[in-house]
Design a protein around this ligand. Sequence first.
Ligand code: CAA
Length: 385
Amino acid sequence: MNIGIDKLGFYTSHLYVEMAKLAKAREVDPNKYLIGIGQEKMAVIPPTQDAVTLAANAAASIITKEDMEKIDLVIVATESGVDNSKSVAAYVSRLLGLRKDIRVLELKQACYAATAGLQLAKGHIALHPDKKALVIGADIARYGLKTAGEPTQGGGAVAMLVANDPQILALQDDSVYYADDIMDFWRPLAATEALVDGKYSAGIYLDFFAKVFARYQQETGLTANDFKALLFHLPYTKQGLKALRVAIASLDPTKQAQLLAEFEASKQYSKVTGNLYTGSLYLSLLSLLENSTSLCPGDRLGLFSYGSGAQAEFYSGILQPKFKEALGDHTKLLAHRKEVDVLEYEKIFESNLKHESDRELDITSDPAQFVLAGVKENKRQYIKQ
Ligand code: CAA
């Protein structure tokens, strides 16, 4: 059976801050953020957007009435959940108007969980080939103002429709995983910002990549030469570049240049949104597909998923004959956003802290289809505009 990604959707908020201006405000050389970290713009998520609305907005951009009839599994992967009990997927399936005879659940393992969702959905479709599954990674990356992690924040969601005979990418049965109990990045239950041992986390990411990629090569007999592109979880684009350099070190210069060129295409969207946590790897995939001019059906793509705490997985997918016809163009979504200055970004960041108390939010300036209008009696009020 050929099971995989049939459609890919993406949503981020309509606001961003320029990294060069953030650097100036923090009295840092702008090239540290632009080159050292590899980020140009950072999505600023207003209080009217959360994991639920980001997920619903991403999914609404791809699913049709026909898909809605067939979707019987909705998985939302997130580490920005809005409730300790009720899943984001339960809200999302109602907002999208999906059937009621379906399964909904939320998955968590830091930035890795969308990959787990995708693989679980693949198993589900293998048992029920006439059905479709909706897998969404939705997050808001928050480290805190004036912290070392601040320039690696961001937010948004990537939605994937998983089906038999997919239009875009057939997932191969070649996953290699590695897990360990590690304190590189975590968020205690009441905390609104992540705690992180930054440099340690960056090192562990590379260590886990080296481990799974070496084992993948041993087990499959494939090498980096067999891939048209290698895709990475991008907490910031420089982190992925470091992992790519490890993977291509022993290749000839022509192949190295080719994989570096595809990496450039894959980082275009992350470079201007920041870390999407669970959605990040799949934003790299979307960015590659929409920005590379050299991809062909049959090409093999390698995907490295990493979630702190920590879990890693490497697997591959094969581009399908009509993948180009299934794609949109998200450069427009990103180009039409509004810049906010550093003071406004800080104000928005602080206002998100009050999320849990009852309040009404001004939704008039948020152009998204799905918004959070407030919280009443501890119940979140979502609206379709
Ligand atoms: N021009 C060019 N480059 C410059 C520069 C300048 N003027 N000034 C500094 N740089 C370079 C540095 O040399 C460094 O490059 P290398 O990494 O190649 O050595 C880079 O800019 C960053 O500089 P620092 O290491 O000094 O930066 P920092 O200490 O302020 O923190 C960080 C960087 C650790 C990434 C921090 O932003 C952080 O903690 N981020 C959050 C954690 C994170 O994203 N970890 C990634 C792995 S974990 C994961 O992937 C899961 C997840 O999503 C969280």
